[in-house]
Ligand binder design. Structure first.
Ligand SMILES: CCCC/C=C/CC(=O)SCCNC(=O)CCNC(=O)[C@H](O)C(C)(C)COP(=O)(O)OP(=O)(O)OC[C@H]1O[C@@H](n2cnc3c(N)ncnc32)[C@H](O)[C@@H]1OP(=O)(O)O
Length: 362
């Protein structure tokens, strides 16, 4: 097997042509030649191409030239990121756990597994349509934090049973602390903000595998995912006005960007329910699959994606998302504080009471 200590020097030359003074590279440094070091300190390729029979120097020149005008500081950072990813995955691959152990225990509302380079976070309250309790929000945050540090390349959120998720569990609002409804609204707004922040800051590619209907916050946060695969059974529904509430999950910003302001308004203000095909046509969903082959097709695709170089994927995600991050955090803060007020409104309290008493009325 190719050991990491033998692989690193090759990778390092390709990335920078330089030898870093870090422990992992110390053996390489000892063997470095002055020409390599000079190349790195000089930055972009600036020497004539070696002759066709000078195979070794020609290969080095080609690798250096392929870097184009990449500044050496960027190359160095890319390399350090790459090395830390490689070393963590090599550490973990030497202690692969048996299949049964890969399911992470300690979650009450989720099933979290990590294998084939994929951490899968599955909401697991099928009898309640995976409605999101306070506990589930906390556990999803914990699972995302763990996934951001584990050796997986990509992270998936999905649901168990016939629903992806029916959104916020409306019984969350029935558990009133001693400080009354104001304290409840304040605590809920803090939780909501922290929850959405975890998605904004998540460093690896995030994929939603939408196995069935999605409602409320489970829909709005999709704008923070890299890829959304949906079964043709899935629907997308944000009945905020019906509930006397307002948008969250940064959807007041991401949805108009994704689908244009008019389509976003139909969803977020008027609660129009979209089919999977409509959500795909509007850019919220990446691809729709027939329900009969959904799981097989999606997981085959994700297993292939998870074998791509993890640091390259992470860096690309950062490049796509980073310039938006500050804005997203500001939007999240504003949406959360607006909702804090909405939850105290008569419109909202009446709507929740209607839902909670609807079966008694039948
Ligand atoms: C702190 C953070 C706050 C973040 C704020 C987020 C805003 C949102 O997410 S708004 C969206 C809130 N969700 C809803 O309004 C959906 C409410 N549920 C429904 O409309 C229906 O249950 C649904 C259409 C999803 C499914 O209908 P049915 O197929 O008829 O099934 P049931 O209604 O019989 O559901 C089975 C069982 O699950 C309970 N359930 C389902 N969803 C929720 C929910 N969101 N909150 C609470 N409970 C839910 C439902 O009551 C049934 O329970 P039992 O009666 O005990 O069987």
């Amino acid at each position: 097997m190719l050991s990491i200590s033998r692989l690193l020097p090759c990778l390092y030359r390709v990335y920078t042509g330089e030898f870093l003074d870090i422990t992992l590279c110390s053996t390489v440094k000892a063997k470095s030649n002055p020409q390599d070091h000079a190349r790195a300190t000089e930055g972009p390729c600036n020497t004539p191409k070696p002759g066709v029979f000078d195979l070794i120097n020609k290969a080095k020149w080609d690798a250096w030239n392929a870097l184009g005008s990449l500044p050496k500081e960027t190359a160095r950072q890319n390399y350090v990121d790459l090395v830390s990813g490689l070393s963590s995955s090599s550490d973990s691959s030497s202690q692969v756990k048996p299949e049964a152990d890969r399911k992470q225990s300690g979650y009450e509302t989720l099933v979290v597994t990590s294998e084939d380079g994929i951490t899968k976070i599955m909401m697991n309250r099928p009898a309640k349509k995976n409605a999101m309790t306070m506990r589930m929000y906390e556990e999803i945050m914990l699972a995302l934090k763990a996934a951001s540090k584990d050796d997986s390349a990509i992270t998936v959120l999905t649901g168990n049973g016939d629903y992806y998720s029916s959104g916020n569990d409306l019984t969350n609002f029935t558990d009133i602390p001693s400080g009354g409804v104001e304290e409840k609204a304040k605590n809920s707004a803090i939780l909501l903000r922290d929850f959405v922040d975890c998605f904004i800051d998540f460093p690896k590619p995030l994929i939603a595998v939408v196995n069935g209907p999605a409602v409320g916050i489970s829909v709005t946060i999709l704008g923070l995912f890299e890829v959304v695969y949906a079964s043709d059974r899935a629907t997308f529904h944000t009945p905020f006005s019906h509930l006397g509430q307002s948008p969250e999950g940064c959807s007041s910003y991401t949805f108009p960007k994704i689908m244009g302001p008019a389509k976003a308004a139909e969803m977020l203000i008027f609660g129009k329910k979209l089919t999977a095909a409509e959500a795909c046509a509007q850019g919220l969903v990446t691809e729709v699959f027939p329900d009969s082959t959904f799981q097989k097709e999606v997981w085959t695709r994700l297993k292939a994606y998870s074998k791509l170089p993890p640091n390259a994927m992470r860096i690309s995600k950062q490049m796509i998302r980073n310039r938006e991050k500050e804005k997203l955090h500001a939007v999240n803060a504003e949406e959360s504080s607006t909702l804090q007020e909405r939850w105290l409104s008569d419109e909202c309290m009446n709507a929740i009471m209607n839902f909670l008493t609807r079966k008694a009325k039948l």
